[in-house]
Design a protein. Sequence first.
Lengths: 267, 534
Amino acid sequence: MRVSPMFLTGFSLVLVWGLIALAAPLLATHDPYAIDFEAILQAPGPAHWFGTDNVGRDTYSRVVFGARLALYIGLLGVIAPMLIGMTIGLLAGYFGGWVDTLAMRLLDITVPFPFFVLVLAIVAVLGPGIENYFIALALVGWVGYARLARAEAVVLRQAEFVLAARTMGFSHGYILLRHVLPNALSPIVVYMMTDVTLVILFGAALGFLGMGVSPPAAEWGVMIAEGQSYIATAWWISFFPGLAMVALGVGFALIGDGLARMLRIER
Amino acid sequence: MSALLRVQGLSVRFGSTVAVDDVSFELERGAALGIVGESGSGKSVTCRALLRLLPRSARIDGRAAFEGRDLLALPEPELNRIRGKRIAMIFQTPASHLDPLMRIGDQVAETLRKHTEMRGRALREEVLRLLDVVRIPDPDRWARAYPHQLSGGMKQRAMIAGALACQPDLLLADEPTTALDATVQKSVLELLAQLRRERNLSMIFVSHDLGAVAQVCDDLLVMRRARLVESGPVRRVVAAPRHAYTAQLIASHPDRLEAAPPAALSGAPPLVEAKGVQVRYGSRTLADLIAGREGGFIAVEEADFSVSPGESLGIVGESGSGKSTLARALVGLVRPRKGTLVFDGAPADPAGPGRIALLREMQLVYQHPYEALSPRLTVHAAIAEPLRRHRLCPRGAVDERVRELMAQVDLAPELAARLPGQLSGGQCQRVAIARALAFDPRVLIADEVTSALDVTLQAQVLGLLSRLQRERGLTMIFISHDLSLIRRLCNSVIVMRRGRIVEAGATAAVFDAPREDYTRELIAAMPHLEGSAA
């Protein structure tokens, strides 16, 4: 398999962010939570590379530490929905009949509500916090994966190599794992990569609304929210975390597109 | 008289791959030229290059003078005035070349609208006339139909009607009958031959089927690996091929294959037997229950047949006749609604609990070589899979057994690490056969195993199957729409139509003295090498 340059670019970007997150204490020039009323709203300069916010916290150090939270939220947030959705989708598509009907009705219940509104509602009921955000994501986010997995499985169920496997007397479980799953995986993985971006953005948006990570935390969404009222005078408070978010998002999106190319089977 | 089309030194390159290498030919007005060759030989690319219908990455060199004007050098707008109006083209899969959201009449009218001043009533009448020319019955009704409402043959006729709309001088036909059933293919070939006579239409007919080309064309080009290897009048080429490849191509035609049916009907008690088997798809809904209907739709209405050990049974029929469904019922992919299957004297239920024991005795090989193998499993893994899953041999002996099976189907050992995408169609089919043989079955069912292969590969795979049958005393069930294959391989044959067996008996009897009209029709539709050119 040839490694696509797109994947390589994306992977390097995400890798850089991963290293930044790991080495945050070394890279940060200040304590991200240290309030310094001597240095309020300072513009980017040699002392504070990305400037300071309204209570004098160093924006650069906060962006660096924010990478930890962003990656944590993004990567952990997609795993549960992916596993749940893929399982439901594959089973529904492969077996059809009442299994399919049941899964699709379950999907119908979830789909009519806009994704974010539903996540918001669930988090509002459960109370703010990352863990509750993860629970909400698992409850709502599986639909996308389920749809993709089902569409693939419906096609694969009729593929001659799956029929051949059944003619050889292999069990359904084995066929699903060995013949259906590997061939259904590529669109799911690609979707997962774009979903990471989405989960980070929504996480940030929840932070912005005060329902995600609680305010003092160095989280990019929270930082953007805090900088909002100073946007005319101190643009850097919101700008740098925003830029970081874009860079990480582009990285994951490139990984997704690159993977899509690499996983395509040459016939 | 000067030639209508004169092609000189045509070459097409995709990057570093040469698709067509220095091809030259001439076409007189009113003549028909056939281009044959296996897939990937460059025959379709040659045809498309003439109208510059190739992706941008293609580099085309040479000259193609159409009435003196070089098609390869004309500016795009001028070429557009020739495309469709002077040179029309029809394709292999009419289904994908007709717009599904457009009525047939409108599709035919499209070319007329583009190239003529005809509008309104005159346009409509011309469309109806054209549909009549291509022998579509009741044109008034079918002009209002959408493509999905038409059968494959009708779609191909509609596409020909569209191509003929502007009375072109030259018709390029790219595998126009490959996707069609035998009887439909025959009628389309007849139509093309007739159009040639009536309209003095010149034609380039691209096909891998020498028999089909022989029916329509007077001259023949044989291509192989991007090069022209032989050209000349059809009769001469068929009778006395000059190039070794042409000779091989002709020898591979089912007409010329050596008949290799195993010993005549033995009269031994049948190994596989079906009694009154009926298969329905779909389930019985509440409405069906109330109305007292069975529900679903019938794929096989009623089938009775039997095969004795060591014999081969052919099942023929057009697409939709239920022949593949019958095969699937035999290996338990669908459960018959009625009737019983008997294996070796005992009632068998391949869809039930004894399934695996039965499948060890009876295996099925599928039609599409590439699709029948999981794209992510190597050859070795694919053949080892049934051995490991069903413990068909001791764990330590798996590798040895895989090598043995590969040798039996003439696969080179170094192919073991390849993925299906890196194999040819014939090689994939061999892997599929090797997998089936891993069970050491007594019965092998071959469902259209050769219909997706080129004739030369087809001959090889059939040779392999005959050899395996002789060596292992296999009982075979061949399912095919190709009667000439069945005739050469089977001792007995059943003919299916619309889910029913219309005729059954010993092969020689059925072919020499068919009792049913439908069987006669099928036999008459077999394309022969010595077909009369129009």
